[in-house]
Design a protein around this ligand. Structure first.
Ligand SMILES: [Zn+2]
Length: 158
């Protein structure tokens, strides 16, 4: 039986938790780094604590999990249990995200939202193509970018 007080076991467990929660985000950060993008993480001073940010360039990037941030995509399913709880939680998250983004724009930030369905799963675009699109956007003047997964539209059998 594994001893949870053993530092090696504990750090393995922590690594497993971290990689489960943030693996696509870490891969995206490293893909951006390879493209020469230098960034900071989760500054408390910036509305919404963006996952990736470049304060000098006023660029904020969020990597949003589709479930918790209420992305109405193919991966989103309302849980069958505790429906009211999840509905108010997720609706609250969506509203908070909108307020944070408005605040960022008001403070002169450019904002990119990367939905987790773009990074992993059946509809994924892939880590490298998402990183390429972010880098292209950084060079542009566009104030906002949103990258989501792509699902083939059901072919009409005409
Ligand atoms: Zn999604």
């Amino acid at each position: 039986m594994a001893d949870v007080h053993d530092p090696a076991t504990r750090s393995r467990n922590m690594a497993a938790i971290r990689s489960r929660d943030t693996k696509p985000e870490r891969l995206l950060r490293s893909a951006l780094h390879k493209r020469g993008v230098r960034y900071r993480l989760h500054s408390k001073k910036v509305p919404g604590r963006p996952d990736i940010l470049m304060p000098g360039r006023r660029i904020a990037i969020f990597v949003h999990g589709c479930f918790f941030h209420g992305h109405q995509c193919e991966t989103f399913r309302w849980p069958k249990t505790r429906k009211d709880f999840w509905e108010s939680k997720i609706t609250g998250n969506v509203e908070r995200d909108r307020r944070n983004e408005n605040q960022l724009h008001a403070e002169g930030w450019r904002v990119a939202i990367v939905w987790s369905c773009a990074l992993a799963g059946r509809g994924k675009i892939g880590i490298d193509p998402v990183a390429d699109r972010l880098v292209d956007w950084m060079k542009s003047e566009d104030r906002r970018l949103e990258i989501a997964g792509v699902w083939p539209t059901p072919s009409s059998t005409a």
